[in-house]
Ligand binder design. Structure first.
Ligand SMILES: [Zn+2]
Length: 253
């Protein structure tokens, strides 16, 4: 075994890396053209683009033709080993080739920004769609006859399939929060006021923040309503859309 192969052994590839054929591949691995498209260091794998499409590479194997044919490390496996620090000497990077891994999701604020561009009617349609996913365990929203979906489809938050409407993948983690946001923003629910002995309407999802003592008859100025202290309410506050404030002010007159 020569010195070169000793310094570039890694994983199961011991004593096979010193040949001229392998060193040629290692040299290619260090070029900018061999920059991985995506690198998952924790899982020790990467995605490369090549002349025959996209290759999936781990330290043990690669889906490229070279590896399939020779069952020895290809330039992709070497490059992965370099990226993981298992082989020294570094490599040139071509940043323009690197595609950021798929977005984990749209931020809640970004989703609300889009919602706020919709008309009130558009928001109602979106809320109806989101209710299916967030609370009705549906995996598709069946279109309601006579309902105009053009605005929500243009929003980019949902997309149409032959079977109905689905939310975009990036919205998945926030669609329940967005559904709640729309409820708090636009909808009311009825509440029976035991003091006034009448049904009142107040913003959906709001809670009283003072105990109502029916026996002693607490005056209306002593309690109010508020939304839960969470990021949904924070977005409403930020945009001046927290209807609890107006409700409380009107009750205190
Ligand atoms: Zn390969």
């Amino acid at each position: 075994m020569d010195n070169k192969s000793q310094t570039i052994d890694f994983g199961k590839w011991v004593g096979v890396n010193g040949s001229a054929d392998q060193l040629k591949r290692l040299k290619s691995a260090r070029t900018a053209e061999c920059t991985p498209l995506e690198l998952y260091a924790d899982e020790q794998r990467a995605i490369f683009s090549g002349s025959h499409g996209v290759y999936s590479t781990s330290l043990e194997e690669c889906t490229c033709v070279d590896f399939k044919r020779r069952k020895l490390p290809c330039k992709h496996i070497y490059r992965l080993a370099i990226e993981l620090g298992l082989i020294g000497g570094g490599a040139s990077k071509d940043k323009s080739r690197i595609v950021a891994p798929a977005e984990p999701g749209m931020s809640f604020t970004a989703a609300v920004d889009k919602v706020e561009q919709l008309s009130l009617n558009g928001q109602k349609v979106l809320r109806e769609i989101l209710l299916d996913f967030a609370y009705r365990s549906k995996d598709i929203h069946k279109k309601i006859a006579g309902c105009d979906y053009s605005e929500v489809l243009n929003s980019g938050l949902v997309e149409e399939t032959p079977d109905g409407i689905i939310t975009i993948d990036e919205l998945k983690s926030e669609r329940r929060n967005l559904c709640i946001y729309l409820g708090r923003r636009n909808e009311d629910e009825d509440y029976y006021d035991p003091v006034k002995e009448e049904f009142l309407s107040f913003p959906k999802g709001a809670q009283h923040y003072a105990t109502i003592d029916i026996g002693l008859g607490v005056s209306s100025s002593k309690f109010g309503i508020e939304f839960p202290d969470d990021k949904i309410t924070a977005e409403l506050d930020k945009r001046g859309l927290n209807r609890c404030h107006a409700y409380n002010a009107s009750r205190r007159k």
